[in-house]
Write a protein that binds this ligand. Structure first.
Ligand code: SAM
Length: 270
């Protein structure tokens, strides 16, 4: 079977790393685990030893047939030959209960996958994912660092995140062009900060980062199409220096800012 580049098929060949990734999921007796992109089963092998049930989703039909044969004696594997982006999480969780999610992600679909995990976080207590190192840096960044970004904020609004370890390209066949990191995402029962309107919050965050090198006053007024004088008043009201750069604002500050800007946006665009 020739690895398919179009499906990000870089198979993990480092068995110690595979075990370490599975160990990081803290699997308890009775847990059901969902694996994203099972490939040839590098992680599946260890999951089947630990979890009550492993639901392995793999888009490639040939790999599914391979997995079926490889693990034919295991009765705790449910194989689903489907695009993970088309899975009905509510339905699956309804049948299986809470799902711990693991995967050496197909890097091409990292973004939509993270959005899906966030949307379905009520069914997912915990997730351990291998992502591109650069993406891991952004997900786990702290305010004030160059990697603090809308991605850090959207994930950390709903989860505690941690980088566990890094892997070189030589741990895979074929070797990808990028370095990889394994991250742990523990979803919170409630958002880190109370936010009345999450869409507005995200709009404000994206607008603030729209022009990264600009000060927050200029990027907000340009991207939200609001007069500078009004935006400056709001920033002063919530005690944020209008000259600060967007990457220095915390999630709490973005929350205060978006709720204050909500009234102004209503006035201008009602
Ligand atoms: N877990 C295996 C490992 O660690 O060796 C394979 C990891 S490989 C980076 C990604 C896997 O995801 C491939 O087997 C690929 O066929 C599968 N895949 C790619 N896109 C997918 C999708 N949309 N839905 C489900 N699986 C997908």
């Amino acid at each position: 079977m020739r690895p398919k580049k179009s499906l990000s098929q870089n198979f993990l060949t480092n068995d110690r790393a595979a075990k370490r990734i599975v160990d990081s999921l803290d699997i308890q007796e009775g847990d059901t685990v969902l694996e994203i992109g099972a490939g040839k089963g590098a992680l599946t092998k260890y999951l089947l030893e630990k979890a009550k049930k492993t639901v392995a989703v793999e888009i490639d039909k040939k790999l599914c047939q391979y997995l079926e044969q490889r693990f034919t004696e295991k009765n705790n594997l449910v194989l689903i030959n489907k695009d993970i982006l088309k899975i009905d999480w509510g339905n699956l969780a309804g049948k299986m209960g809470h799902l711990k999610v693991i995967g050496n992600l197909p890097y091409r679909i990292t973004s939509p996958l993270l959005s899906l995990l966030l949307e379905n976080r009520e069914f997912i207590p915990l997730s351990v994912l291998m992502v591109q190192k650069e993406v891991a840096k952004r997900i786990c960044a702290q305010p004030g660092s160059k990697d603090w970004s809308p991605l850090s904020i959207t994930v950390q609004l709903h989860a505690d995140v941690k980088t566990l370890f890094h892997l070189r390209p030589t741990s895979f066949y074929p070797s990808p062009k990028v370095e990889s990191s394994v991250i742990k995402i523990v979803f919170l029962k409630r958002p880190r900060v109370f936010i009345a309107d999450e869409n507005l919050f995200l709009l404000v965050v994206r607008s603030a980062f729209g022009q990264r090198r600009k000060i927050i006053l200029n990027s907000l007024s340009a991207n939200l199409n609001l007069p500078k004088t009004e935006v400056e008043l709001i920033l002063n009201k919530v005690k944020i220096d209008p000259k600060r750069r967007p990457e220095t604002l915390s999630i709490q500050e973005f929350a205060k800012l978006s709720s204050a800007l909500g009234n102004l946006l209503n006035c201008f665009f009602a």
